[in-house]
Design a protein around this ligand. Structure first.
Ligand code: CA
Length: 234
């Protein structure tokens, strides 16, 4: 999941970035409101952490511009000003949550998981697709009654696919949400990672795969009913 952090205090920004990267998020940062707004307008993020007091354009203004532009990405406001009026203003402008400074990283991470759940069809910390379960806290997958260890990138890719299950995802959409930098659309890096992921999570008994290739487009993770082969005819 790709997160934008808009925060002008360098120490706070790097504290958040380092922590989130350890939690396997892809993190980009902006140190003023205008840059943050531009980045949020021109890229796809899964959530935005937005400081209120920012040089140039403040967080409320950035929030307002984003919501007016129809961008519904979950946004959590961060601020030293924890007054009721501030919270009300942020929430009225369309923020999804409000975290007063100082905060612990654990609380920030838990609240971030919470706003990501609200925007997802999956409401649990355990994501499911058929008989595959992905634990978003321990970052371990379970299938066939056993634990499947995933690398950082495999986890990020699988989490994104499951959160968007039953939707066809183009390679460029997957790239935007799972990789930090866009790369040559001709690159086969996504196919390479899908192959590795399939080797770990798919059954080898001939049943249809959970990750389906869509020719010329990308991939789709399908939520197949367990042990029901009558529906797996594509
Ligand atoms: Ca600030």
């Amino acid at each position: 999941m790709r997160i934008l952090v808009v925060e002008d205090e360098r120490k706070v920004a790097s504290f958040i970035k380092n922590g989130l990267e350890e939690e396997r998020y892809i993190v980009e940062t902006a140190s003023d409101g205008k840059t943050g707004l531009e980045m949020a307008m021109n890229n796809q993020f899964d959530a935005i952490l937005l400081d209120v007091m920012l040089p140039g354009m403040d967080g409320f203004k950035v929030l307002n511009e984003l919501r007016n532009a129809g961008i519904s990405t979950p946004i959590m406001m961060l601020t030293a000003r924890g007054t009721t009026e501030d919270r009300v203003q942020g929430l009225d402008l369309g923020a999804d949550d409000y975290l007063p400074k100082p905060f612990s990283f654990e609380e920030l991470a838990a609240r971030l998981r919470s706003i990501l759940r609200r925007s997802s069809t999956e409401k649990s910390t355990k994501l499911k697709c058929g008989d595959l379960v992905l634990d978003t806290i321990s970052h371990v997958a379970y299938r066939f009654g056993k634990e499947i260890e995933l690398t950082t990138k495999e986890y990020a890719l699988l989490e994104y696919l499951i959160r968007n299950k039953n939707r066809i995802l183009s390679r460029s959409t997957i790239t935007q949400h799972v990789w930090k930098h866009n790369f040559d659309p001709e690159s086969n890096i996504i196919d390479v990672y899908i192959k590795r992921l399939r080797a770990k999570i798919e059954r080898e008994d001939g049943t249809k795969p959970l990750i389906q290739s869509i020719r010329g487009v990308g991939y789709r993770m399908r939520d197949l009913p367990q042990d029901d082969e009558s529906t797996v005819d594509i």
